[in-house]
Design a protein around this ligand. Structure first.
Ligand SMILES: Cc1cc2nc3c(=O)[nH]c(=O)nc-3n(C[C@H](O)[C@H](O)[C@H](O)COP(=O)(O)OP(=O)(O)OC[C@H]3O[C@@H](n4cnc5c(N)ncnc54)[C@H](O)[C@@H]3O)c2cc1C
Ligand code: FES
Length: 265
């Protein structure tokens, strides 16, 4: 783990998402599924992001602008700088015989890097709209579905070794179909390295820190994270899209109102 001040080398729109490219400096990309904490301009706390693409000297992060921090990251321009800390957590285990990548919404973010490390295995990706599905172009050999079709409907009878990232309902459904799948879960994270307990979730009946135990867990061996403590304490989550999908704001709440913000941090 290392913290560096990185320059933005460019940004691109990919459907509703922004691909933020930064000079990696001396940072190691780590293992796909690990994450980095990115300083969000104007925010006190950094935001966790997965490496989407890693080339010589450069990382790209695919970012869904769901709140103030992610919107600030998406607004960064070439030449601006931000602090980046990582790699953090446990990534995907890459020693698998028949990998099949499964992704939903912004949960596809780590899959281009994962695909590259695994030599371009097949992938099944699901999105809410054709606009969101533009991001599928980042993942080689992808079969794509758009709601109301779900990725689980495209799973073959014998899916092999599933490695997945996406919204919680998708991961929960996958865990039932493929008990030994490797699943990348999400929880709100404030530090990213085990110090704040902000990411505590229930794993195997005990509260554990997802940033330390995960974010990638084996579906059949570790159980799965339950609702993060923050949510249990009454902090509203992303209703209907806990991970991997940009939510449509509820009719009564506007994103700009700050109601969805983590107390302005
Ligand atoms: C390990 C990990 C890797 C991630 N990788 C990516 C990535 O590659 N690209 C990407 O776009 N996003 C990724 N995320 C999610 C991203 O970190 C959050 O969307 C971001 O922190 C939200 O910050 P914000 O200030 O924009 O929104 P906020 O205003 O803080 O929150 C907006 C809404 O989302 C909820 N929320 C915030 N963070 C999370 C979370 N982690 N899980 C569930 N609900 C949350 C809040 O409760 C609120 O309702 C990742 C999260 C984790 C834990
Ligand atoms: S994010 Fe701080 S302990 Fe996990």
């Amino acid at each position: 783990m290392r913290r560096e001040r990185c320059s933005v080398t460019g940004t691109e729109q990919v459907g509703p998402y922004t691909l933020l490219r930064v000079d990696a400096g001396g940072l190691d990309a780590g293992v796909p599924g690990q994450f980095f904490m990115l300083e969000a301009p104007g925010r006190l706390l950094p935001r966790p992001m997965s490496v989407c693409l890693s080339t010589a000297g450069e990382f790209a992060f695919l970012i869904d602008p769901v709140g103030r921090g992610t919107r600030a990251l998406c607004a960064l321009e070439r030449g601006e700088e931000l602090h980046v800390l990582g790699p953090l957590g446990n990534g995907f285990e890459l020693d698998v015989e028949r990998p099949l990548l499964v992704g939903g919404g912004i949960g596809i973010a780590p899959l281009p890097f994962l695909s590259e490390r695994l030599g371009g295995p097949p992938a099944i990706l699901g999105f809410r709209t054709d606009w969101h599905a533009e991001a599928a172009a980042l993942v080689p050999r992808a079969e794509v579905c758009v709601e109301p079709v779900y990725v689980t409907e495209l799973l073959p009878d014998d899916p092999g070794n599933v490695l997945a990232c996406g919204p919680e309902p998708m991961l929960a459904a996958l865990r039932v179909r493929v008990p030994d799948a490797q699943l990348a879960w999400e929880a709100p994270m404030a530090c990213g390295y085990g110090a704040c307990y902000g990411c505590a979730v229930e794993i195997d009946g005990e509260l554990r820190r997802l940033c330390v135990e995960g974010p990638v867990l084996h579906g059949g061996t570790h159980g799965s994270p339950m609702i993060p403590l923050l949510h249990a304490q009454g902090v509203t989550g992303r209703t209907g899209a806990p991970a991997g999908q940009s939510p449509a704001p509820p009719a009564t709440l506007s994103a700009a109102s700050g109601v969805h913000d983590r107390n302005g941090v």
